[in-house]
Design a protein. Sequence first.
Length: 254
Amino acid sequence: MADIEFVKRDQGGVNARIIARETKADFRRVEAASLKLRASFASAEGKRMFIRYFNTFQLSNHFIAVIARTRLNHDDVAKVEALIRAQMDKVAGELDHAIDGAEALFQANGITSAATYDTVPLELEVGVLSSSSRRYLDLVTKLDQLMPLLQTLEIHEVITPQAVDIERAAFKRKVRDVANGARNLATRLRREMNAMDARRAENAPIAGDEAGVAATSEEAAEGSAAAAEVLPAPDDVQAVVMAEGDAGTVDGLV
């Protein structure tokens, strides 16, 4: 007898709703080349984290790596980039550890297959602007990989629903905080650039004003030191995120 379909299944409507609810990122002022990569997300968490935060991270990182570098000291910008990469490496390690732990529980409990989703995967071509953007895409992919493993363990009663909720919320927060931290650091650098412009305007020389010329030269010399003052220590990434708050997706950083 032919299979009888007795449930209505998603035909792509879920993905359309997720995309429609999010503000479109404005890349019109980004002139950098991008590497086109195919990406696929099956979990609800992976889909939403990608749509909400990937382009936010890309715009923030592009501002730091390209725009800020044209105005601020290159070493100071490199410190910010290293800070972001260190945070991504930390979260990537924690996700890898969680995936390995889930797979070990599969083996220990004789589980041979993972739960799958009946909704249509979100599949798209992603323009990746930098190695940091590629790393962040990997983070979201790892999160997407972990989610069905946790749900499978809950279905088999290896772990409790409460434990799944705690793990899910924790890793979503970690991946989100990387994007928010990059955004907040980009905002700090933008503020410093604006402050430098304001100081230059105040010290702009008038014809024959040698003191103004000297002040402008001194301003240029002080730029690097001023920029360094806005950079948090490597251990303060989380403090930066908490201090600035979670404002969601922000467009137009460049």
